[in-house]
Design a protein around this ligand. Structure first.
Ligand SMILES: [Mg+2]
Length: 196
């Protein structure tokens, strides 16, 4: 029998991690590499104040590629959550995809549904949080983040930090488009705020 999922309500917003919240630094394998952008804490505080439940969705193929262990990734994520909590920011969840089709660690080598732009992490968040994700914002620095938004019926925002500037010219060839292109996460969030 199919179980219905209770909706706890509230609005959710999805954010990418590397290149969006913290500086892009290749594969991040140590917590010391986490350096938040200047606009990150103010941006996330605004989202908290607006009543958004913030969910981070992050491809972490470095796990599958053997560059760090999944337990180390969890430590890094927890360190970041700690930094944000110390700054008064509340993050609901972090989801990550450790897989890659070319992974060298057999357990993580697969064509999964959770690797962005696949919607697996969004589907899990919708279930875990009991929220309707249709129309939700997804902020990220890669076109795969914007494509993810398109795939789940959300609204993609591209930021020009991280890979954003490099990704920007590639938009023309794609069937999807961001609803906004922000200089950084704070600019993106201020744009969202201005639309309320
Ligand atoms: Mg990114």
């Amino acid at each position: 029998m199919r179980q219905s999922v209770p909706l706890h309500g509230g609005k959710v917003i999805f954010l990418d991690r590397d290149g969006t919240i913290n500086r892009e630094d290749g594969y991040i394998t140590r917590a010391e590499q986490i350096r938040l952008y200047e606009g990150t804490v103010p941006a996330l505080r605004i989202l908290n104040e607006m009543g958004y439940r913030i969910v981070i969705v992050s491809n972490q193929a470095g796990v599958g590629k053997g560059l760090l262990k999944e337990s180390e990734l969890i430590e890094i994520n927890n360190a970041m959550l700690g930094m944000l909590a110390d700054s008064g920011v509340s993050i609901e969840r972090i989801y990550y995809c450790p897989h890659h089709p070319e992974a060298v660690v057999p357990a993580y080598k697969k064509q999964c549904e959770c690797r962005k732009p696949g919607t697996g992490m969004i589907v899990r968040a919708a279930h875990d949080l009991g929220v309707d994700v249709r129309g939700a914002y997804m902020i990220g620095d890669k076109l795969s983040d914007v494509e993810l938004a398109y795939n789940f019926g959300g609204k993609g925002i591209l930021v020009l930090t991280g890979y954003g500037t490099r990704e920007l010219p590639l938009i023309d060839d794609r069937p999807y488009a961001p609803v906004y292109i922000g200089t950084d996460v704070l600019d993106a969030v201020n744009w969202i705020k201005g639309r309320h």
